[in-house]
Design a protein around this ligand. Structure first.
Ligand code: NAD
Length: 462
């Protein structure tokens, strides 16, 4: 798609206040593929005013009509799914089949789920002598990352619109074209002017202005824990609602009774998918000492098959960061059994799918989020040891448990300090609550739990 040189505000594409732009680069060949405006605090202010002005009308729109607009939005995303996949591939570098299936497919499912929820959710209930109304929180400032560019947008905007909120979106610098395409889709779906607004720009400029804006009622942020902490502190000082979806360092716990070959092959695929740029990726594989060597051999063979087919990471900075972590792993005594710090290509921000063995739980690569195709395999002695290692990071976003017996896996999963656990390779569920324990975040996205983030209650007593 062709880049817009304006912002989508109050139902129209308008020129930005300043003249600065952001270059969009294709990570496969490092070529500039477009430019978008770098919004300022003034652009954010104009967008927030538009969202505020549209709020009373949208909040009062019957849920069935809001549902109809969301159904129309889902239909536009379906009609434009090839263009979505091509745009994500161009600015993120993901292989096209993955963009088609995941980057375009998942947001369609999520938009559809909120069309349904808007139509069926009980926005009003009787509690004893009270009627309790669930009302929209107000104007939402949504700040999203680049790793799943459309999914992260839809996971915020669709429930916000379903709830009756209005939105100003500040998408990631690396993937603004997908956000512009989404704004076109919102317009095509007949969502009234001002209900959804888009300001492209830099995080510390436009993002910060949005997070600090006094007329924003809820800041919904997905991104790094470092920025999330600042946004949380700003929101706290203003007694403002905040939802934070942050980093992760999830454990893939292979219990001794598990089907080892399946656990390892699915585990490696999970980490390599999207070039490792998935906050919920199971980047630590925990294997019992009796089966450790076998697991390492299987994982090394599985990773080697990917070669450079996984696509690059998003930009040069990310590539350097991931390579730095690989070098740090070696320096701290871990053993590379697949991949390594060298890029498999001369051009593009590629990183070799890398597997480390002999990783101990306190090593940097076992504690910090790498956000690249790097798997650490850690040995445990018994179940108590596995649990201590699995829970031994500041994060708690996701995880996996494999066991011969489902009940055994469930019992272990219930003791994990984490928001989501896949049992024996359980499938992604677009309506299951998604979000973190501990420093992985505050609040939940997706399904009815995601909708609740955008609602506040009012009780009338009779
Ligand atoms: P990031 O925190 O640098 O950026 C995320 C967004 O915040 C971008 O839109 C950016 O422009 C904006 N931003 C940056 N500085 C800001 C500031 N001072 N004020 C306001 N906004 C600001 O993160 P990233 O590098 O884009 O994304 C990768 C990180 O996101 C990883 O740590 C990953 O784990 C996390 N993530 C988490 C989830 C989740 O659901 N938990 C999902 C995807 C990504």
């Amino acid at each position: 798609m062709k880049a817009h040189d304006g912002m989508y505000i109050d139902g129209a594409w308008r020129p930005a206040v300043g003249a600065d732009t952001i270059e969009v680069v294709n990570p496969v060949d490092e070529q500039v593929i477009g430019r978008v405006p770098a919004g300022t605090a003034e652009d954010v202010d104009i967008a927030v005013r538009a969202a505020r002005a549209a709020l009373p009308g949208w909040a009062a729109t019957p849920p069935a009509e809001r549902a109809a607009r969301l159904t129309a939005l889902r239909d536009v995303l379906v009609a434009r799914k090839d263009e979505i996949a091509e745009t994500v591939t161009a600015e993120l570098g993901a292989p096209l089949p993955f963009s088609q299936m995941v980057h375009a497919g998942v947001p369609i499912a999520v938009a559809g789920s909120y069309a349904e929820l808007a139509a069926t959710h009980a926005f009003e209930e009787k509690v004893g002598n009270s009627t309790v109304y669930q009302e929209p929180v107000g104007v939402v400032g949504a700040i999203t990352p680049w790793n799943y560019p459309l999914h992260q947008i839809v996971a915020k905007v669709a429930p916000a619109l379903a709830a009756g909120c209005t939105v100003v979106l500040k998408p990631a610098e690396d993937t603004p074209l997908t956000a512009q395409l989404f704004a076109e889709a919102v317009a095509e779906a007949g969502v009234p002017a001002g209900v959804f607004n888009l300001v492209t720009g830099l995080g510390p400029v436009a993002g910060q202005a949005l997070a600090e804006h006094p007329n924003v009622d809820l800041v919904s942020f997905t991104g790094s824990t470092a920025v999330g902490k600042r946004i949380g502190a700003t929101a706290g000082a203003a007694i403002k609602r905040v939802a934070l979806e942050l980093g992760g360092k999830s454990a893939n716990v292979v219990l001794p009774s598990a089907d080892l070959a399946k656990a390892v092959s699915v585990g490696v695929a999970n980490v390599m998918s999207n070039s490792g740029q998935t906050c919920s990726a199971w980047t630590r594989m925990l294997v019992h000492t009796a089966r450790y060597d076998e697991a390492v051999e299987l994982a090394a063979a599985a990773a080697a098959k990917y070669g450079d087919r996984i696509g690059p990471v998003v930009n040069a900075k990310q590539q350097a960061r991931v390579r730095g972590y690989i070098e740090k792993g070696v320096a701290e005594g871990a053993r590379i059994v697949a991949g390594g710090p060298e890029s498999p290509r001369d051009q593009g921000y590629f990183v070799s799918p890398t597997v480390f063995a002999d990783v101990t739980p306190d090593m940097t690569i076992a504690q910090e989020e790498i956000f690249g195709p790097v798997l650490s395999i850690i040995r445990y002695e018994d179940e108590a040891d596995a649990l201590r290692i699995a829970n031994g990071t500041v994060y708690g976003l996701a995880g996996a448990v494999w066991a011969g017996d489902e009940a055994e896996a469930i019992a272990f999963a219930r003791r994990l300090d984490t928001g989501q656990v896949d049992i024996n390779g359980g499938r992604f569920n677009p309506v299951a609550p998604f979000g973190g324990y501990k420093q992985s975040g505050v609040g939940r996205e997706l399904g009815s739990h995601g909708l609740s983030e955008y609602l506040q209650t009012k009780s009338l007593q009779f």
